[in-house]
Design a protein around this ligand. Structure first.
Ligand code: NAP
Length: 263
């Protein structure tokens, strides 16, 4: 498939982008012509990922940034602006899921961490980035299908992802008309993050059965959808969430018992 060059001359920051979904988003934007600024917590991971992208001919700038570290967030934005003079795209992708406890059993420190990494860091990063984003710029926030129906084993994580749907709507209004703000809600994608689920053959099969396309997602699926939302092809779309889940149940769910009442 011929990849379009929708990001020629554009500068894109992708957080948490040294592996998994973030890496594939950076790769896709880069292959489409963007200068990509990748980051994550560990210098070694940042260096290795930057080399992989450079080997594909992508212009990469790599910065260490733990998204809940204020100084590192500021460095990410300042260094990008020093190098490229502007920011066209920000993809906020970092998240943590440190607990499998039910919500009422979750320790306060874990609740704080979930809020801090999954929601607050996106807000503070965009607060630093916004003054450098001009007309035609774009933000994509990576949420999750778990935001629609937080599953028991990752309920509070799911709730933070629900918050990102609201954040997308609110920021789309606040950053209009110059910057569009949209959201991707991935289904299940075999990455390190999801390995506790997708490495279990029975659970994986069950999840595949829940999709209409009978497979889990790939990181490249997420890269392609993010690139669409960030590009001018989506220039009349803002405040929206695209579910990229192979047709897993998401927004419109009619439970069977409810349906039976009307049959
Ligand atoms: P992943 O493959 O485990 O990759 C995580 C990346 O984030 C790594 O590059 C890691 O590098 C970096 N990272 C972790 N914590 C960070 C932090 N606090 N600050 C900065 N970078 C950090 O994860 P993934 O599956 O691609 O997940 C990416 C996003 O997709 C998350 O928002 C997740 O909620 C969402 N999502 C994933 C799935 C799925 O099934 N995989 C489904 C729905 C939504 P370092 O270790 O060097 O920091």
């Amino acid at each position: 498939m011929e990849i379009p060059k929708r990001f020629k001359g554009k500068v894109a920051i992708v957080t948490a982008s040294t592996q998994g979904i973030g890496f594939s988003i950076a790769e896709r934007l880069g292959l489409e012509g963007a200068s990509v600024v990748i980051s994550s917590r560990r210098q070694k991971n940042v260096d290795v990922a930057a080399e992989k992208l450079r080997a594909k001919g992508i212009d990469v700038f790599a910065v260490v940034c733990h998204v809940s570290n204020g100084q590192q967030r500021k460095d990410l934005i300042d260094k990008t602006v020093q190098k490229y003079g502007k920011i066209d795209v920000v993809v906020s992708n970092a998240a943590a899921n440190p607990s499998v406890d039910s919500i009422l059993q979750t320790q306060e420190s874990v609740l704080d961490k979930l809020w801090e990494i999954n929601v607050k860091a996106s807000i503070l990063l965009l607060k630093d980035a916004a003054p450098h984003m001009q007309k035609g710029s774009s933000v994509v926030i990576i949420s999750s299908i778990s935001g629609y129906h937080p599953p028991a084993a990752m309920a509070m994580y799911g709730v933070t992802k629900t918050a990102l749907f609201g954040l997308t709507k609110a920021l789309a209004a606040e950053m209009a008309p110059n910057t569009r703000v949209n959201c991707i809600a991935p289904g299940f994608v075999p990455t390190n993050f999801a390995s506790f689920i997708t490495n279990n053959a029975a659970m994986r099969k069950e999840l595949e059965q829940q999709t209409l396309l009978r497979r889990l997602g790939t990181t490249e699926d997420m890269g392609a959808a993010t690139a669409f939302l960030a590009s001018d092809d989506a220039s009349y779309i803002t405040g929206e969430t695209i579910v990229v889940s192979g047709g897993m149940p998401s927004r419109l769910i009619i439970s069977l018992s409810w349906l039976l009442l009307y049959l």
